[in-house]
Design a protein around this ligand. Structure first.
Ligand code: TYM
Length: 335
């Protein structure tokens, strides 16, 4: 029997942080053994806000290297670059023409990002979730493993698929498969180190707010040492008055591969002075093998190029027929 298929991606803006790893990539690695995986670098999404053309390509390679360094096996999973496949933009255009504008005006991420852009908001930024729907639906995945912040975009994707099916398909013969969001409870929302009520994010102006996967051990230790805490002794999960405490314990739990109950018991009598060095050491050790592999991959550009060229071929073999199917249903001339 065919394995269920998953698809996911990461935007090629800046370095990846612990949130991307614990909310997304780590789950892909786990799913890899019994799923067919399509994982890509979302570089078309990266240009929806002002970007530096000198770093765009390098960021794409960095993310590809990170996927592999974290444990994605390019021999069994398909790793590809979004902009290499024109199918993504073409399907996005078709979706643009069936998506009501007010569906996009409701998107929380758009509102947040648009606020930061002032008068410079591009049409692309608003259209971002439509392109994301195209990214997903082209591959007809069963599930889309992402962090909590992508939930609304996945709901929109499902709505777009349902609308296309309703307008141009028939009930017994839907055109596109409607995928399920796969959002794990643990790690789905890793919070900022400077404010436990805000998610850890690439776009936070403070570098201190996040741990990047490529941060040197001394930097990681310093960031954790400076992380916001509270004056209470005894550490606990799930106290709404102590968001930082919940977040840091959660990171420790995931990086040390323990259950929540084990961590709660281990840390219940600890003070921050004891916990922070433990968390720093755990983080450094968890990231060490990833960083070593990442450095080796980044110095072998030929290998990365080859992985991405293979990935493009494998991705296109799925994406092109899906686009054809949609174009036929819409009624375009077939020559
Ligand atoms: P991006 O690049 O912002 O984030 C990539 C993945 O990391 C997750 N994530 C987090 N998880 C937990 N805690 C956090 N603080 C945190 N920050 C980020 C995100 O939920 C995501 O899974 N629009 C997408 C990229 C994209 C995509 C797609 C994803 C484009 N097309 C199709 C899935 C399917 C984005 O900007 O993710």
């Amino acid at each position: 029997m065919a394995k269920p298929r998953i698809l996911s991606g990461i935007q090629t803006t800046g370095d990846m942080h612990l949130g991307n790893y614990l909310g997304a990539i780590r789950n892909w690695v786990e799913l890899q053994s019994d799923h067919e995986c399509f994982l890509f670098m979302a570089d078309l999404h990266a240009i929806t806000v002002p970007h530096d053309p000198k770093t765009l390509a390098e960021n794409t390679f960095k993310i590809a290297a990170t996927y592999i360094a974290c444990g994605i096996d390019p021999d069994t999973s398909t790793i590809f670059v979004q902009s290499q496949l024109p199918e993504h933009s073409e399907l996005a255009w078709i979706f643009n023409c069936i998506t009501p504008l007010n569906w996009l005006e409701r998107m929380i991420q758009f509102k947040e990002k648009a606020l930061k852009q002032g008068d410079n908001v591009s049409v692309g930024l608003m259209d971002y979730p439509v392109l994301q729907a195209a990214d997903i639906l082209l591959y007809e995945p069963d599930g889309v493993p992402v962090g909590e912040d992508q939930k609304q975009h996945l709901e929109l994707t499902r709505d777009i698929a349902a609308r296309l099916n309703f307008q141009f398909g028939s009930e017994d013969k839907p055109i596109l498969k409607v995928p399920e969001p796969l959002i794990r409870k643990d790690g789905a929302r890793i919070m900022s180190l400077t404010d436990g009520t805000k998610k850890m994010s690439k776009s936070d102006p403070s570098d201190q707010s996040r741990i990047d996967l490529t941060d040197a051990p001394a930097v990681i230790t310093k960031k954790i040492k400076r992380a916001k805490t509270d004056p209470l002794r005894g550490l606990e999960f799930d106290n709404p008055e102590r968001p930082e405490c919940h977040n840091l314990l959660g990171i420790y739990q995931l990086l040390s591969n323990q259950t929540k109950a084990a961590v709660a018991a281990e840390c219940q009598d600890m003070g921050w002075g004891q916990f922070k060095p433990l968390l720093a050491e755990t983080t450094v050790e968890a990231l060490r093998p990833i960083q070593e592999k990442y450095q080796a991959l980044m110095s072998d550009r030929t290998y990365l190029q080859q992985v991405l060229a293979n990935g493009k071929t494998k991705a296109q073999a799925i994406a092109a027929p899906t686009l054809d199917k949609v174009k036929a249903a819409i009624g375009f001339a077939r020559l």
